[in-house]
Design a protein around this ligand. Structure first.
Ligand code: SIN
Length: 191
């Protein structure tokens, strides 16, 4: 199922007159920053956990065989590590198109490694969006990720690139590591 959130996001203007906006990326926006930015800094947000619970019908899967990509779920006490980008407001239009399969612009407070913080945006896909898949047994999620492909490539690559980027950041994410290990096992079993 798909829901195009592009138009909804255009109406979600939180920083109307700002020349630059901080954007927090926690999924492909960490390792696939194919948009112009003025600055980027590792950052984290608090009270949220990254989960492969969002369906991808447009990038890493198809409507018939959706892939799984990350969204954030509320998790008191958790920290989600990612990358913050300082972008011009004009970059939001193309980002809305990229994140159109259920993600909405939301406000978030991001914390930088030097102890400073900034309010900015994050693209969040909540459980009431049409593409939300939710939790499933680890093996089922891994099999879905190992086998799904979409216009942006293999779902496996999305997961393994994210796992590598988080490792580079020194970020620990047990959910991502467990899925990446399982997907690698499936690949070696298939050989
Ligand atoms: C993000 O990376 O911040 C949002 C989810 C994605 O595009 O993978």
């Amino acid at each position: 199922m798909t829901l195009d959130t592009t138009q909804l996001n255009r109406e979600r203007v939180f920083f109307a007159d700002a020349e630059a906006i901080w954007l927090f990326g926690y999924g492909s926006l960490i390792w696939k920053a194919e948009f112009p930015y003025q600055e980027r800094r590792p950052a984290h947000i608090e009270g949220w956990a990254r989960r492969f619970w969002q369906g991808s019908h447009d990038h890493r899967g198809t409507p018939e065989n959706p892939g799984r990509v990350v969204t954030l779920v509320e998790s008191p006490g958790s920290i989600c590590q990612g990358m913050a980008y300082r972008i011009g407001a004009e970059v939001l239009g193309p980002l809305d198109v990229r994140e159109k399969n259920g993600y909405l612009r939301e406000l978030t407070l991001m914390h930088f490694h030097d102890g400073s913080h900034a309010e900015g945006l994050v693209y969040l896909a909540t459980q009431d969006n049409a593409a939300f898949l939710g939790d499933a047994p680890l093996d089922d999620m891994a099999l879905q990720i190992a086998t799904a492909h979409g216009p942006s490539g293999a779902n496996r690559d999305y997961l393994l690139n994210l796992a590598a980027a988080l490792e580079d950041l020194g970020a620990e994410d047990e959910h991502v590591v467990a899925l990446a290990d399982r997907v690698r096992d499936l690949r070696s079993m298939a050989r």
